[in-house]
Design a protein around this ligand. Structure first.
Ligand code: MG
Length: 405
C-alpha cells in the first residue's frame, strides 16, 4: 500500500507566528489535526493526537469487516482524545489546549475508514468535482444544517472558526466514524480550515485531479493559493489515491473544465474577505463583517424594494377604503326596532349614523324587509334615501344625524 500516490504539506500561513496544525501521511494512514489553544499549546495537542492515533491505527487495518473497522476507528480517536485531555491535566501551561482530527485509513478494495472530530475536512475528489465526506462540527455548519443560514453565508459568517467538538476539553467526545468506498482514480483529500477558508471545493478537485499524477505539485499549488488569498490561518493538506488507475494521470484539465461547464461542479463563492485579526478561533465583532461591503449586498437592496412595494399596496388599500366609505350607505334595523340609514361599512363599527326614522321594521312585509333592509346592500346616498322614501308607510323622519358633504 505504501506505493499509493500521495503527498502532504503544512504551512504557517501569512498571519500566524507559529503552526499549530499537524499532519501524518504514510499510506494507508492519513491524519490531519488543527490544534487550538494559542499560548496553551495547540501544536502540542495536534501532535499528541496524531501520535496516539497512529499507534492505534493497526486495529483499524486488522478489523474483519466494515463495522469492526469503524468501531476500531472510533476507539483510536477516543484514545487520542484521552491522551490530549490527560496531557493538560499534568501541565498547567497546556490547560485549554484542544485539537480537531480528520483521519482516513485505506483498506483493500477502495474501502476507506473515516474518523472525524472538529472542522477539518475530508473530500473525495474526481473529475466530477469535490464531495465533502465529513461533517463540520462547527457553529456555522449547525446553522446551515438547521436551515438558518445558507452555505454561502457560512463562508463569511463571523463565527465560522468556532468549533462545537474537539479532542481534549472533555474526557469523552462524540466521534464520527464510518466507512466509504472510492473508485479507481479518485483522490482523498484531508485538510485544515486554513485551506478551505480560501480555496473553493471545485478548485480542490481541479488542482488535484488535474495534477497529471504529480501529487506533490498539487499540494504545493493548494498551499500557495491559500497564501496568495491571505493565508489567514495555518494551512495543511494531505492527499492520497486509494485505488490508482491507469487513467488517473490522464484526467485532463479539459475534462474537468468540461465537467464544470456542464454544471457538475457546485457553484462556490470564491471571495476571500480580508480578516482584521490573525489570532486564533476568534469571535470577530459583527461590524467587522459589515465593514467590508457586505451590507450593500443585492439581498439587502431587494429587501428595501419589498418594503416600498408593501407600503404602496397599503396606501392604495387605505385610499380604496376611504373612497368606498365616502360613497356607501345602507339600510338597517336599529336595536330599538326602527329602520335607519348608516354610512360606511356595516361591519366592525366602521359606520356612522346617517339617518334615523320612526318606521317600525315589524310593519314591513317580510320579503321586502329581507330584500331592502337585512341584506346590507351598499347604496349611494340618493339610492338609500329613495329606498327609505319608497318603503310602504308614510315616514315620520327625525332627521339627519350628520352633515356630511
Ligand atoms: Mg485552523
Amino acid at each position: 500500500m505504501s506505493t499509493l500516490p500521495h503527498a502532504s504539506a503544512t504551512d504557517v500561513g501569512q498571519r500566524r507566528d507559529h503552526n499549530e496544525d499537524a499532519v501524518f501521511l504514510d499510506p494507508p494512514v492519513m491524519v490531519v489535526a488543527d490544534g487550538v489553544g494559542g499560548s496553551a499549546k495547540g501544536e502540542v495537542a495536534s501532535r499528541i493526537a496524531i501520535e496516539t492515533f497512529v499507534r492505534a491505527a493497526g486495529d483499524v487495518l486488522a478489523a474483519r469487516g466494515s463495522d469492526d473497522a469503524a468501531r476500531a476507528m472510533e476507539r483510536a480517536v477516543l484514545a487520542s482524545n484521552a491522551a490530549v485531555h490527560d496531557a493538560q491535566l499534568v501541565d498547567d501551561s497546556r490547560r485549554g489546549m484542544a485539537t480537531t482530527i480528520t483521519a482516513a485509513i485505506v483498506r483493500d478494495g477502495g474501502e476507506v475508514v473515516v474518523g472525524q472530530v472538529g472542522d477539518s475536512r475530508m473530500y473525495v475528489l474526481s473529475a466530477a468535482g469535490a464531495r465533502q465526506v465529513t461533517e463540520d462540527h462547527s457553529v456555522v455548519a449547525e446553522l446551515v444544517r438547521s436551515g438558518r443560514i445558507s452555505p454561502d453565508d457560512a463562508l463569511v459568517h463571523p463565527q465560522r472558526n468556532v468549533i462545537t467538538r474537539a479532542l481534549g476539553p472533555e474526557p469523552e467526545v462524540s466521534v464520527d466514524a464510518y466507512t466509504l468506498h472510492v473508485g479507481p482514480g479518485d483522490w482523498l483529500l484531508a485538510c485544515s480550515d486554513g485551506l478551505t477558508e480560501h480555496v473553493a471545493d471545485d478548485e480542490l478537485a481541479h488542482i488535484v485531479v488535474g495534477s497529471s499524477g504529480d501529487p506533490a505539485r498539487a499540494v504545493r499549488q493548494l498551499v500557495d493559493l491559500a497564501n496568495e488569498r491571505g493565508g489567514t490561518d495555518n494551512i495543511t493538506v494531505a492527499i492520497v489515491q486509494p485505488v490508482p488507475s491507469d487513467v488517473s494521470g490522464e484526467l485532463s484539465i479539459e475534462a474537468i473544465d468540461a465537467a464544470g461547464e456542464s454544471g457538475t461542479f457546485p457553484v462556490v463563492v470564491a471571495d476571500t474577505p480580508a480578516e482584521t485579526s490573525g489570532e486564533l478561533p476568534v469571535l470577530e465583532p459583527m461590524h467587522a463583517a459589515e465593514d467590508d461591503g457586505w451590507t450593500s449586498s443585492p439581498e439587502r437592496r431587494s429587501g428595501s424594494r419589498l418594503w416600498i412595494a408593501a407600503t404602496l399596496v397599503l396606501l392604495v388599500a387605505i385610499v380604496l377604503v376611504a373612497f368606498t366609505w365616502s360613497r356607501s350607505y345602507f339600510l338597517l334595523v336599529r336595536s330599538d326596532g326602527t329602520v335607519g340609514i348608516d354610512r360606511g361599512f356595516p361591519i366592525a363599527g366602521l359606520s356612522t349614523t346617517h339617518r334615523t326614522t320612526d318606521l317600525d321594521a315589524d310593519t314591513l312585509d317580510a320579503s321586502e324587509r329581507e330584500r331592502l333592509v337585512d341584506s346590507h346592500r351598499l347604496l349611494d346616498r340618493d339610492q338609500a334615501e329613495q329606498v327609505l322614501e319608497d318603503l310602504p308607510r308614510p315616514l315620520d323622519t327625525s332627521d339627519a344625524a350628520d352633515e356630511d358633504d
